[in-house]
Design a protein around this ligand. Sequence first.
Ligand code: RIB
Ligand code: CA
Length: 305
Amino acid sequence: MATPIILDCDPGTDDAFALFLALASPELDVRAITVAGGNVGLDRTLANALALTRLTGSNVPVYRGADRPLLGAFFNEPRVHGVDGLGGITLPDGGQPEHELAADAIRRILRTAAEPVTLVGIAPVSNLALALMTEPSLTSNIDQIVLMSGAWAEGNATPAAEFNALNDPEALAVLLACGRPVVFATLELTAQALVTPTRLAVLRGRGTGRCLAAACDIQATVPLSRRVPGSPLHDPCAIAWLLRPSLFTTRACSAKVDLAPGIGRGRTVIDRWNRTGDPLNAVVLETLDADGFFELLGERLALLR
Ligand code: RIB
Ligand code: CA
């Protein structure tokens, strides 16, 4: 049986790979694609999600979500994703979203699903938190929450905080307190999924479809990281966990997020050595078989038209 998932995203160059990987994989039953602002404004992330979804030929419904965090406003990252969110790569128009809003769709799907649903968050998790805050009983129908979020050490948005976590730390705190396990693909994990020119060339050669070509064209616009020798492919790591967990090693631990204003805001405090003795509310993906990951990515994206 395919695993039912809701994919919450902010496309986003790396979100594009995650979305394609999810839609190309028969192991996953993508019930909804919900969109938040983040990498760029919601008007662009929503249009990008619609265009990417339609490019695959998928009929998975796309829902408009939060254009701001629970508190304050999103800050964007056009230096990485371009002002349009896809590095300036133009795709055919993707049509219109569903009328239903993201948080309402998430609640409806959780409320009516015949089996527990996995929530995948690869954006600021405002939509997921809004859904659970307005109907907390729905957590009983969540299998697991898988997030590309956080870091146990250095951030990428500030020295302390990773971009998704910093963009809505209160929303992340809601998920960490909801009683369901949160699986983290942190920056330390995604730093092992490094796109290099060689890997990108190999990926591009895996197929002739327009989705694979578009993903590679988009990725080719991403500047190399200053933190690691390449370009970390963050978001598809969360999807790969669901498809091939054998590519990863994991560690159960307690995780919190710093909500205080100031230099530490948005920092994920991940207790890898159980120094606090606090409840183990998280699983951190610690290592990745990078070659296996890129093999999976190429194998699946080559299936798309
Ligand atoms: O820190 C990386 C995360 O922030 C990724 O999800 C990327 O798409 C951005 O949203
Ligand atoms: Ca993202």
